[in-house]
Write a protein that binds this ligand. Structure first.
Ligand code: ZN
Length: 381
């Protein structure tokens, strides 16, 4: 607790930024800023995540960076960049670190905008904004089947009927969702493709590595043993969550239930309890709060057209699985496995197809709406 408070103070004391945000109309990525005695530096190759950058070594320790046809000539140890016939002074010399070229942040914030096409420096937010997506409309949706392996998730239904395990239903629906998205021309990355437990924190990391545009986690709800017996059996319907502080008792219940997997992750997990990285991750997800809630809204709308319901609405809670993903991310509770009728509905393959199709339509509607809103020239928000 003390440590967390200390860390928060450190952040509040406006430490220099540790990453540079680069965004275009489709994607955004963070490039780590490397602190050096000469000031903030960036690894030139790390820009490749967003920019079509070529780094060509020349004679000695000279390099040519080519971005969208612009050629920038640099030399390690020399604080000058040459572009065509111009020599531009840099605040610090490029450096070599473990064979990687480090360039001063100033090269990106001041020199790029006047020499490289399609880039602009947004001084207010200290972000590099690209007016043309480097990779044309590449869209990757991350599909996360909740639970797996030793973690069965919820079991149901209450009061008899064929037994269901959440992990099997989420797996089947997630696969169908992935197929539906692929059929709609979107790249899909699954966090798990077998009956295995992936640590909650790793699911977001998989998503980040894949450069996902969206993260959709599929789960099955369960009523609370604390409710009256009749209510426990009667509860049903679908709800979609985005990451934020839980606002209601019911959201806290679902948050607790879905975060429970952590206990089963055991020592093999790479999840870290480092409070700083946890807070930074939460801040990263914060950036996507509005988009995430919008995506949740569309999913609820689309599900309400096909799901017997009721529509339990868009909710928010502190889901561990959503924290590490730096992209709009939602968790869908597709129904209550504790309810006999809904457990049967959720385990019916043709119903699963319909649910998956509704969520896929929602994801497409979201992607189109989002891309429409941030088209180059329209200005980003
Ligand atoms: Zn779950």
């Amino acid at each position: 607790m003390m440590l967390a408070a200390f860390v928060m103070c450190q952040i509040a004391a406006a430490a220099p930024p540790t990453t540079l945000l680069i965004r275009d109309s489709v994607r955004r990525a963070r490039v780590p800023i490397v602190a050096s005695t000469a000031g903030p530096m960036l690894r030139a190759d790390a820009l490749g995540e967003m920019l079509p950058i070529e780094i060509r070594p020349g004679a000695g320790s000279s390099y040519t960076l080519e971005v969208w046809g612009a050629k920038l000539e640099l030399e390690a140890g020399v604080p000058v960049v040459r572009v065509k016939d111009r020599a531009i002074q840099l605040v610090a010399a490029p450096q070599l670190s473990e064979d990687k070229l480090l360039i001063p942040l100033q090269l990106v914030s001041e020199v790029f905008p006047s020499t490289v096409p399609n880039v602009r420096w947004d001084a207010d937010s200290a972000q590099l904004v690209l007016s043309t997506p480097a990779v044309k409309q590449r869209r990757t949706v991350i599909v996360d089947a909740g639970h797996g392996g030793v973690d069965n998730g919820m079991k149901g239904p209450l009061g008899g009927g064929p037994r269901i395990y959440e992990k099997n239903i989420t797996f089947s629906v997630a696969n169908r969702l992935g197929q539906q998205l692929t059929a709609r021309g979107v790249d899909v990355v699954y966090t798990r493709t077998t009956d295995t437990l992936i640590a909650l924190d790793d699911r977001g990391r998989i998503a980040n590595r894949a450069g996902g545009s969206l993260f959709i986690s599929i789960h099955v709800n369960a009523s609370s043993p604390a409710w009256k017996a009749k209510e426990q059996r009667a509860a049903r319907g679908f709800e979609t969550y985005f990451l934020s502080e839980a606002r209601t008792e019911d959201a806290r219940r679902v948050e607790q239930m879905e975060n429970e997997s952590i206990r089963l992750e055991g020592a093999s997990t790479t999840s870290t309890e480092d409070p700083l990285s946890f807070i930074l991750s939460a801040m990263t997800q914060n950036e996507h709060l509005r988009e995430s809630s919008e995506l949740a809204e569309i999913i609820q709308q689309r599900l309400s057209r096909i799901h017997p319901g009721p529509n339990r609405g868009v909710k928010q809670a502190g889901f561990r699985v959503l924290i590490t993903a730096s992209m709009p991310a939602v968790l869908v509770e597709i129904g209550f496995g504790t309810n006999t009728a809904e457990a049967a509905y959720l385990s019916n393959p043709s119903r699963q197809d319909v649910i998956a199709s509704a969520i896929a339509d929602a994801a497409m509607a979201y992607l189109e709406r989002y891309e429409g809103r941030v088209k180059p020239g329209a200005g980003i928000r």
